[in-house]
Design a protein around this ligand. Structure first.
Ligand code: CP
Ligand code: NVA
Length: 331
């Protein structure tokens, strides 16, 4: 059957077939090349997109803004303050209003149920720019980056180190299951994903040839890994008080040279960013004062090593987010 994503929302990878995900990755590659050589065709002229952010962002916001503008569309940014959303006006009512003015809605916030409700009530495509549960546009950028370096996703072993139950751990696990990859979540058992989601991924994996495993030993988990991925130990929206226990739980899961020696020599180090790899941020300075840590989820050495592809990955947010918009609302 012909593949058609027009009018569809992008809320989580579970809603997409492997072929649809592959299509979005191929389209992102085409759009990246077109931008590089200067022959990009604008398919979104006259379209208006609203970007609704309850949480901060650099990459996601910029990727939506630049992607939309490259394609001829206009954007409105509504930040964590300054709109009625969620405070004086319900998600349902806001969705009905925005759906009458805009051709698509991007949402970054707390609840996955909110992004799902926006799609239900607005009747226009809605894009999930991160919720507590999932960060699906990030996975497209990660997978495009892996393809650029490894030519394929099939049979790639990807280890996610840290808070495996966070939006990145959940989404990478789903993405790996869909694309026939070997996912290993490395972290303490109490931070592994929800059992129901793990089982859903294992069911998908049976069809795609993927494997889904977990380990509480990062060094062992990294054996022969193609990709080692990590993320912050405390995510946006979590209480500051969580830092203490999280540091205790996740210190043994820091990505450093010792664990990477177990991975393949041409392994890729990946991180969705922002990362705490030095003391050049306010948060990192506060953590150092309180817990005497100068690096957190990844050492500066690994972050800056030749295996690190984090900035290519960040650039690919633009091309993949643009692909999602072009596929769903482009001419
Ligand atoms: N990776 C990512 O989503 O970055 P931002 O928080 O800067 O959007
Ligand atoms: N887990 C992180 C991802 C940031 C892109 C967070 O939610 O803060």
């Amino acid at each position: 059957m012909a593949l058609n994503l027009k009018g569809k929302s992008f809320l989580k990878l579970l809603d997409f077939t492997p072929r649809e995900i592959k299509y979005l990755l191929d389209l992102a590659r085409d759009l990246k090349r077109a931008k590089y050589v200067g022959n990009e065709i604008k398919t979104m002229e006259g379209k208006n997109i609203v970007l609704l952010f309850q949480k901060d962002s650099t990459r996601t916001r910029c990727a939506f803004e630049v992607g939309a503008m490259d394609q001829g569309a206009h954007v409105t940014y509504l930040g964590p303050s300054g709109s009625q959303f969620g405070k004086k006006e319900s998600v349902e009512d806001s969705a009905k209003v925005l759906g009458r003015m805009y051709d698509a809605i991007e949402f970054r916030g707390y609840l996955q149920s909110d992004v799902e409700s926006l799609a239900k009530y607005s009747k226009v495509p809605v894009y999930n720019g991160l919720t507590n549960e999932f960060h699906p546009t990030q996975i497209l950028a990660d997978f495009l980056t892996i393809i650029e370096y490894k030519d394929t996703l099939k049979n790639i072993k990807l280890v996610f180190a840290g808070d495996v139950k966070n939006n990145m751990g959940n989404s990478l696990m789903v993405g790996c299951a869909k694309m026939g990859m070997h996912f290993v979540g490395a972290g303490p058992k109490e931070l592994w994903p929800d059992e129901k989601l793990i089982n859903e991924c294992k069911t998908i994996a049976k069809e795609t040839g993927a494997t889904i495993n977990f380990s509480d030993d990062l060094k062992k988990a990294c054996k022969d890994a193609d990709v080692v991925y990590t993320d912050v130990w405390v995510s946006m929206g979590e209480e500051k008080s969580v830092w203490k226990s999280r540091i205790q739980q996740l210190k043994p899961f820091q990505v450093n040279k010792v664990v990477l020696n177990e991975a393949k020599s041409d392994m890729l180090f990946m991180h969705c960013l922002p990362a705490f790899h030095d003391l050049n941020t306010d948060v990192a300075k506060d953590i150092q004062k309180e817990f005497n840590l100068k690096e957190m989820e990844v050492t500066d050495e690994v972050f800056r090593s030749k295996n690190s592809v984090v900035f290519e990955e960040a650039e690919n947010r633009l091309h993949t987010i643009k692909a999602v918009m072009v596929a769903t609302i482009g001419k």
